[in-house]
Design a protein around this ligand. Structure first.
Ligand code: HAM
Length: 445
């Protein structure tokens, strides 16, 4: 006998269920509202793009691109070949040479820049301020706060100048958003990682200094001396900490333009009352950044405690084939944001019903259907049982569902035109005419 397959969500993915989804909706709604007050408009992007877009933007050597992307060949090229009259025998050879490689998006910045170029947004008033939200995909080792399908709320400012006030306002926006959500233990860390002018010289200096202490470093950091010495600064290995503390710091090696920009960003943050901490070891795992970088952590998240990361990426649009364009943005890890809100008790309790209609009898059923329609129209959440129940059972059910009120409709109530409303918290009861009931509920809910 064939065994029944027991399906489960793929490792690193998960279902989001009610009542938790109510919190997701509240978070997203708050983002729509706060971002709109800063003049941002929503962009909705495809979930897959050409693999080349990500390797060019994020960097072929980064972990995200080299190890973590879900990549496959685009089957539409097969359909096109079949339509073009190619026989099946020829297809496999051709597929290898002609198939376009596509990837599930590991992040959104590359796609926003692609869309900016594709839709000639440089012709719009600059800068263009866009945000988006949705799932991203990275084949990382799953753990608390780290998933293979996770959700980001992403915002980008493209075009116009690189005025430090823009950097500060973008950061102010995400901090305003977190404040509105009452996220606890928020810590903003900032850094400047220089530009094409000064960073390569610093990286060489760092490489030289790291080579001197190579033997004292672990295998990962040893490898990074060659591939990306900046990432050594990110190391959490205990034995390496005292060595890293003595390394030269980017802040002391910024060119004049970058140093001026960085101190102006700090001044602009202060003008906005945004509290920050400088962290010279803050380097980001994506290649497109220059100058301002930042990360925000929050409470209750363990080792995966970054809820937001971002920075400036002037030159990325150009790298992707567009005109020279300034850019800065951030992405919030929505899964982690939700986790932190839940840990600090900011999540709403179970989504209860406002009114449970306990009806008995044929005539009462017709009245109950009408009452449910009117109450829902007035915006109340109503549970109308599909089959008749004894009142005792109905009230028990109303309790289980967390209803605030039970509306009791029996034959007596229907003939008298007086409906009984029971407050479930204290068991008190009162009778109302139909219009009075609606007015009472409007006042008390
Ligand atoms: P990122 O630092 O790679 O930056 O990701 C931003 C945030 O996404 C992280 O701080 C974290 O909260 C969340 N995140 C990343 N990976 C995972 C995962 N596997 N599971 C759960 N959450 C995760 C970017 O993606 C850049 N595109 C940000 C940006 C926008 N920079 C400029 N504009």
């Amino acid at each position: 006998m064939a065994t029944k397959a027991k399906f489960q969500a793929i490792r690193g993915t998960r279902d989001l269920l009610p009542p938790e989804t109510a919190l997701w909706n509240r978070v997203e709604q708050t983002a729509h509202e706060v971002f709109a007050t800063f003049g941002f408009g929503e962009i909705r992007l495809p979930i897959f793009e050409s693999t080349d877009l990500f390797s060019r933007a994020v960097g072929g050597e980064t972990d995200i691109v080299s190890k973590e992307m879900y990549t496959f060949s685009n089957p539409t090229s097969l359909a096109a070949m079949v339509r073009g009259g190619r026989t099946e025998g020829m297809l496999s050879d051709m597929l290898l040479s002609e198939a376009e490689m596509i990837s599930l998006r590991p992040e959104a910045t590359a796609s926003v820049c692609r869309a900016y170029i594709e839709h000639n947004m440089q012709q719009l008033p600059q800068p263009v301020k866009l945000y988006c939200m949705g799932p991203m995909f990275r084949r990382e080792r799953p753990q608390k706060g780290r998933y293979r399908q996770f959700y980001q709320i992403d915002a980008e400012v493209l075009g116009g100048t690189d005025a430090p006030a823009i950097d500060a306002e973008v950061i102010e926006m995400v901090m305003t958003f977190f404040d509105k959500l009452e996220l606890q233990g928020v810590l903003l860390e900032i850094n400047s990682i220089g530009d094409r002018n000064c960073r390569p010289k610093y990286v060489e200096l760092l490489r030289a200094e790291l080579s001197k202490v190579k033997d004292k470093l672990g295998p990962d950091s040893q490898r990074r001396i060659e591939t990306n010495p900046l990432r050594v600064l990110d190391s959490k290995v205990k034995e390496e900490q005292s060595i890293i503390e003595k390394l030269p710091r980017m802040a002391d090696h910024l060119c004049e333009d970058c140093a001026t920009h960085y101190s102006a960003v700090k001044h602009q943050l202060e003008m906005r009352g945004v509290i920050y901490r400088e962290n010279w070891r803050l380097v980001r795992g994506l290649d497109y950044y220059m100058r301002t970088t930042f990360e925000i952590t929050a409470q209750g998240l363990g080792s995966q405690n970054a809820v937001c990361g971002g920075g400036r990426y002037d030159g990325l649009v150009e790298l992707l084939g567009g005109p020279p364009t300034k850019g800065i943005g951030f992405a919030i890890g929505e899964d982690r944001l939700i986790l932190s809100l839940q840990e600090s008790g900011k999540a709403p309790a179970q989504q209860g019903r406002d009114v449970y209609i306990a009806w008995m009898g044929e005539r009462a059923h017709a009245t109950a259907i009408r009452a449910a329609k009117d109450l829902r129209k007035a915006g109340f959440s109503v549970e109308l049982p599909p089959v008749e129940q004894k009142f005792g059972k109905a009230l028990g059910q109303a309790d289980k569902l967390g209803a605030k009120y039970a509306l009791i409709l029996g034959d007596n109530e229907v003939s008298e035109g007086l409906w009984t409303l029971k407050t479930l918290a204290d068991g008190s009861q009162a009778k109302y005419t139909e219009p009075d009931l609606l007015a009472h509920l409007r006042k008390s809910l």
